[in-house]
Design a protein around this ligand. Structure first.
Ligand SMILES: Nc1nc2c(ncn2[C@@H]2O[C@H](COP(=O)(O)OP(=O)(O)O)[C@@H](O)[C@H]2O)c(=O)[nH]1
Ligand SMILES: [Mg+2]
Length: 222
């Protein structure tokens, strides 16, 4: 009798082991937006990943959609200078938006000003933006520049969920400590969700919880 050979798992494969949802669908890159006039027409809901350079935004997108390399990651901070739009065939339709990092000082000043301006204008003014995932490196916790972005989101009334990244790089005890400290700091931010999520794109920690949180955001609006 021939031995059944399992089909190799491909990137585009629908994941039968997971709960059906947008993250068991195939994803694609839509476009790269270097300035506001190139934004796609408003329509689908948008969920944006914001955070300092190198915090792990692009890695988290790849982790969520289970496709290494669809969002470009880099060891060099400040590489992404555009808003990158990703979409799938889920209803209601929505985009995941990978953003340039803020708070990166080693690039030429005008460049930093240009992409920080893009990030701020987008976060303040995009009417179809339904949630921001604000990524914080678990090793470093909240920095002053994160506080500025949180204030901007408070002012714009854009609700945000804080997601700790790179949790694999610290001990469980240190992680518990940064979770407590971060949640305490969020009390003064009306647009913040009180609970935060600890994740690792490396180990997959928190990834299913984040998928569930995103699916719930969409379900509220379906
Ligand atoms: N150990 C570990 N490294 C990570 C994790 N997420 C991202 N990285 C690494 O951090 C660097 C920056 O990641 P990237 O996703 O490009 O960050 P971005 O600038 O915020 O998009 C890359 O070298 C990633 O491999 C994580 O959860 N754990
Ligand atoms: Mg990136």
């Amino acid at each position: 009798m021939p031995i059944a050979v399992k089909e190799p798992r491909t990137d585009q494969m629908v994941h039968e082991d997971a709960q059906p949802g947008p993250f068991t669908r195939p994803w694609r890159f839509l476009k790269s937006v270097p300035s506001l006039e190139f934004l796609p027409e408003m329509g689908p809901f948008e969920i944006a990943l914001a955070g300092r350079s190198n915090v792990g935004k692009s890695s988290l997108i790849n982790g969520l959609i289970r496709r290494n390399g669809l969002a470009r990651t880099s060891n060099t901070p400040g590489r992404t200078q555009e808003l990158n739009y990703f979409l799938t065939d889920w209803q209601p339709p929505f985009y995941l938006v990978d953003m340039p990092g803020y708070g990166f000082a080693k690039a030429p000043k005008e460049k930093v000003a240009a992409w920080t301006g893009l990030v701020k204008d987008y976060l303040r003014g995009r009417q179809t933006l339904v949630r921001v995932l604000l990524l914080i490196d678990a090793r470093h916790g909240l920095k002053a520049v994160d506080g500025e972005i949180m204030k901007l989101l408070d002012g714009a009334g854009v609700t945000f969920l804080v997601v700790l990244t790179k949790a694999d790089k610290i001990t469980p005890k240190a992680l518990a400590h940064v979770v407590t400290a971060t949640e305490a700091a969020l009390k003064s931010h009306p647009a913040a969700f009180p609970d935060i999520l600890a994740t690792s794109s490396e180990t997959g920690l928190g990834m299913e919880a984040l998928r569930t949180a995103i699916t719930a955001i969409l379900a509220e609006r379906a």
